[in-house]
Design a protein around this ligand. Sequence first.
Ligand code: PGA
Length: 249
Amino acid sequence: MARKKIIAGNWKMNMTPSEAVELVNTLKPLVANDEVDVVFCVPAIDIIPVMEAAKGSNIQVGAENMYFEEKGAYTGEISPAMLTDVGVKYVILGHSERREYFGETNEDINKKMHKAFEHGITPIMCCGETLTQREQGVTMDFIRQQVKVGFLGITAEQAKTAVIAYEPIWAIGTGKTATTEQAQEVCADIRKCIAEIYDEATAEAIRIQYGGSVNAGTAADLFAQADIDGGLVGGAALKPDFGKIVNYK
Ligand code: PGA
């Protein structure tokens, strides 16, 4: 069965709740496309207003992060149950900015993966190499480690429903998109890695996005690749351009 494309916006730390509502109202008609899954991953405080504003549209709402404990003395964190209580279906886990600025490790991300599945939230697990790693030829060694530890103890049935976002760090927010060939090559290798951990059926089912300076001009070529099942979009998800990305065909 063909994999349904999933195109997600990652708003990062942008948009106050009122700006968020305005943006959703602008984008709602532009992202109407039932052939793909459209997800807006937004700051925690924007989740409820964005849900309200998106009602009746094809927009699904996701979070940008969550903690791996159920509840308790974890000041400043958001629990999985807080997300599911308001209907959140997706969560970005292990974005490179979380890894770099907030010290998240592969082990933390693995714990979050388990929690997400336990609560019926689909993880969008990010992985990707730095420019130095690419230049040193260790891109896949590094990504394999991220994927293998990230998926430790996750069952094949769960993995089938997961989303992996391949985001080369050197391409994030830099305007430097990976070439279509580079992106396809790594996404194919990630799928191979999933086949090794699990089996062919799991590798065929899991969705793998490309992220890193995706824009209206690059989306069509990227998403036409055999192993690229959509994108995780930062900057361009905050503009009407996101409509063009969602309707890339
Ligand atoms: P960008 O961000 O599209 O602005 O490069 C992508 C991301 O970090 O998810």
